[in-house]
Design a protein around this ligand. Structure first.
Ligand code: GPV
Length: 831
């Protein structure tokens, strides 16, 4: 029998678990032969990448299988992280780091004449997210595994992730992201765990054999969800959790019906429609598009996931009444909020549970994270659309709403206005389902992602819900994983740190504080600067190769890398660039600190103003980079196709991190943390997690400017007139006039008019109000940069004081306060 095969023999025979350099090399060559079917003379770089990926995967599988076996045996309480986005980034390097074999493998590959860097370059990253929200989910999976917390990530396996960005004539052009075309060695399909979901149709009501009034959903479409699993290994632990992403397919039975009626093309059409569901990621960040397909995607992955969890529960012989004891579900924004209703439906309609019990289980299961204060990002679905796709869910929402409003009425008698504001249904005009309200009512915990953000939720966006359920609200400040964003991406700095304080900072980031003892150590300062310089030189080479622009690694690298959005104010940095340029034009001999301005980021394809800002950056760059008066002292670079891979090159090379959103608009930001961790200084507003970063690093080590949230509110309330600033600030006027005149657009005064007009007449993000303060602060930055000893000191202190912003700390907070879940130790017992 299978059990009789000696485990030890199996391990040794397989050669698939050994981690020494010789075994790894042999396994690699085996995979080249047996998996890729190549001998070295014919092998492409991709063959080598795949052979290495499978070598690593074998080591992961051993840990993965043991982890699953352990959780199954123990029936462990499990976190399910529901997210429409997981922006994982390349797996290879991260898995090598977490397995602890990066250096061995790099050396082994070198002995075979291969460069590990080049092999890593081959990997197409899974870009299944837009920006911060999706990347946060990925950092959290890394920390959950590292902390040995049983967990599952549930989402959608988009066939096309976030589009690839090209720049043509300075404009953004989108190309589809075919990340799966070369195959994906990191996933395993699990068709045996497929589930069916329903869509559309109508509901029926009947009385069952016991005389109970019941409902059923008669759909007009059924779709199959197939899970694809990716192992998520923790750092220096045996725990390998699962990211389970769903692909939509047409169920075989459906083809059959049409086949039998002879409607072959109809059947194929049906199949195509079903498969559309997981076809493409919606490329909007911080804004919602009320499209039917998007709601279908949300319901699809949520229903698949909840059914999967019920299967797991039954597999462990646990009763359905224990659902909330077995699982803690986190809703990553409102994208999966429909799960509140879907779980109710499954419990009531499929499992005959009564309403009270179903509701107790449901709201004890879910917790909701809000990620935005922007009104345009709060999801609402027109009732018509909602009811035509999810007719039974609409009925359940009405019932939930009625019971909820009864509660509100009792707590706040005679307050009709409040009921109207809080209702799950917006009835002010066209009727909508308010997903944030549903998430608040259906969850036992609600959190914002930075202290200021949570405070503003309580005071403003979710104020009524805070008054109704104050006990539900907590703050959970975001964090980032130091494994990917230090150890992997900045190996030199990581090794320097480890040589001074040992390597336990990697799992316990607070220990970076010990670096403070070296802050004035001249030798350490020299090393710190040398490494920054090295990273800047590498990025300069990348820029030379990709943009054909020569930049000086001695110049101040001033970087803004994030999605393009007016509230993030990339154009405020542009106004600074134009101001510096104008100063040079007025006096070419002026003494200025040489700077390289680097931008990276995508704009939503339908977001005209964001795309125009990208065009303006490239237009300004074209003029500034070539003007002989500038003498190379200013360079402007737009790096196309900003993604996780590129981010890993950018953070280590930054001197200055631009975190300049209008106060009260950026929920947290996480790039701000990655830059500072890598020793960049921040110029920023009192927004999102900037506030806490400044608190940690010390105000003397942070370049603060701009209005506070309250000042912004106050100005808005008292009639803000941006034009007044334009007329009273000569440098601002000159910068705007230069752009408006067509100076940067070959005389075309129309091109940037929409942007200029908006700033002069509206300026809803207060660029003009913050301009003077920003420029003054940048002048201070330039002055400090001249004193390299002082700058380096500040840089070291920034990194040393970033301990709070590890995603391990965030996850520990969630585990303790919301999920009530404990670590489970995994031992390797099987090969
Ligand atoms: I809602 N965020 C995002 O990337 N996409 C979204 O659709 C929404 C929020 C971001 C916020 O803008 C950031 O401030 C935050 O740091 C990030 O989510 C993670 O919380």
């Amino acid at each position: 029998s299978l059990d009789a095969i000696d485990l030890q023999d199996r391990c040794e025979l397989s050669n698939r678990t050994g981690m020494d350099s010789e075994t790894l090399k042999r396994a690699f060559l085996n995979n080249l032969f047996y998996v890729q079917g190549k001998f070295p003379a014919l092998a492409t770089t991709n063959d080598y990448y795949m052979a290495l990926a499978y070598t690593v995967r074998d080591r992961l599988l051993q840990r993965w299988i043991n982890t699953a076996a352990t959780y199954t045996e123990l029936g462990s309480r499990t976190v399910a992280y529901f997210s429409a986005e997981f922006l994982m980034g390349p797996h290879l390097g991260n898995n090598l780091i977490n397995l602890g074999i990066y250096d061995q493998v790099e050396q082994g590959m070198a002995e075979l004449g291969l460069s590990l860097d080049e092999l890593q370059e081959e990997e197409e990253e899974p870009g299944l997210g837009n920006g911060g929200l999706g990347r946060l989910a990925a950092c959290y999976l890394d920390s959950l595994a590292t902390l040995d917390i049983p967990s599952l990530g549930y989402g959608i396996r988009y066939e096309f992730g976030i589009f690839d960005q090209d720049i043509r004539d300075g404009w953004q052009v989108e190309r589809t992201d075919k990340w799966l075309s070369a195959g994906n060695p990191w996933e395993i399909a699990r068709p045996e765990w497929s589930v069916e979901i329903k869509l559309g149709g109508h509901t029926e009501h009947y009385t069952d054999d016991h005389g109970n009034y019941r409902s059923r959903w008669v759909p007009d479409q059924v779709v199959k969800g197939i899970p694809y699993d990716t192992p998520i290994l923790g750092y220096q632990t045996n725990t390998a959790n699962t990211l389970r992403l769903w692909t939509a397919e047409a169920p075989e039975s459906f083809d059959f019906r049409s086949f039998n009626s002879g409607d072959y093309l109809g059947a194929v059409y049906e199949k195509m429609i079903s498969e559309n569901i997981s076809k493409v990621l919606y490329p909007n960040d911080d804004s919602s598009q009320g499209k039917q397909l998007r709601l279908t995607q949300q319901f699809f992955f949520v229903s698949c996931s909840l059914q999967d969890m019920i299967r797991i529960l039954h597999g462990q012989n646990l009763p359905l009444e224990n659902f909330h004891k077995k699982f803690a579900v986190q809703l990553n924004d409102t994208h999966p909020a429909i799960s509140v209703v879907e779980l109710m439906r499954l419990l009531i309609d499929h499992h005959q549970m009564d309403w009270e019990q179903a509701w107790t289980i449901t709201h004890q299961t879910f917790a909701y994270t809000n990620h935005t204060l922007l009104p345009e990002a709060l999801e609402r679905w027109p009732i018509e659309l909602f009811g035509s796709l999810l007719p039974r869910h609409l009925e359940l929402i009405y019932e939930i709403n009625q019971r909820f409003l009864d509660e509100v009425r009792i707590k706040f008698p005679d307050d009709e206005e409040r009921m109207i504001r809080m209702s799950l249904i917006d009835e002010s005009g066209e009727r909508y389902v308010r997903m944030a309200h549903l998430a608040c009512v259906g969850s036992h915990a609600i959190n914002g992602v930075a202290a200021l953000h949570t405070e503003l939720l309580q005071k403003d966006v979710l104020r009524d819900f805070y008054e109704m359920y104050p006990h539900k609200f907590t703050n959970k400040t975001n964090g980032v994983t130091p494994r990917r964003f230090m150890v992997l991406s900045n190996s030199q700095l990581s090794k320097l740190i480890t040589s001074k304080i040992g390597d336990s900072w990697i799992k316990n980031l607070k220990e970076l504080q010990q670096l403070e003892q070296f802050v004035d150590d001249a030798g350490f300062q020299v090393e710190w600067r040398r490494i920054k310089q090295h990273s800047k030189t590498e990025l300069a080479t990348y820029i030379q190769n990709n943009n054909n622009i020569t930049v000086d690694p001695d110049s101040l690298f001033d970087i803004q890398a994030k999605r393009f959005h007016e509230y993030k104010r990339q154009h405020l940095s542009l106004l600074h660039i134009v101001t510096l340029y104008n100063r040079i034009k007025a006096n070419p001999d002026i003494e200025i600190t040489p700077r390289t301005f680097i931008f990276g980021g995508k704009a939503a394809p339908g977001y005209f103003m964001a795309k125009l800002i990208i065009k303006l950056i490239n237009s300004v760059g074209n003029v500034v980079n070539r003007d002989p008066d500038v003498r190379g002292r200013l360079k402007v670079v737009f790096l196309k196709d900003y993604n996780v891979k590129l981010a890993q090159r950018i953070y280590p090379a930054a001197d200055l991190s631009e975190q300049i959103s209008t106060a009260g608009k950026e929920a947290s930001g996480t790039g701000n943390m990655k830059f500072a961790l890598n020793g960049a200084l921040t110029i920023g507003t009192l927004d999102g997690a900037n506030v806490e970063i400044r608190e940690e690093v010390g105000e003397e080590n942070f370049f603060l400017f701009g209005l506070t949230t309250e000042e912004v509110y106050h100005k808005r309330a008292h009639g803000y007139r941006s034009r007044d600033y334009y007329h009273t600030n000569a440098e601002l006027k000159l910068a705007i006039d230069r752009i408006a005149s067509g100076f940067f657009s070959q005389g075309d005064a129309e091109l940037f008019r929409p942007l200029v007009d908006d700033l002069l007449n509206q300026d809803q993000y207060f660029l003009f109000a913050d301009y003077a303060s920003y420029i003054a602060c940048q002048d201070q930055v330039a002055a400090v940069y001249k004193d390299q000893t002082k700058w380096t000191r500040m840089s070291i202190l920034n990194a040393a004081r970033m301990g709070k912003f590890s995603s391990d700390r965030s996850i520990e907070d969630y585990c303790r306060d919301i999920w009530k879940v404990e670590p489970v130790n995994v031992e390797l017992r099987q090969c």
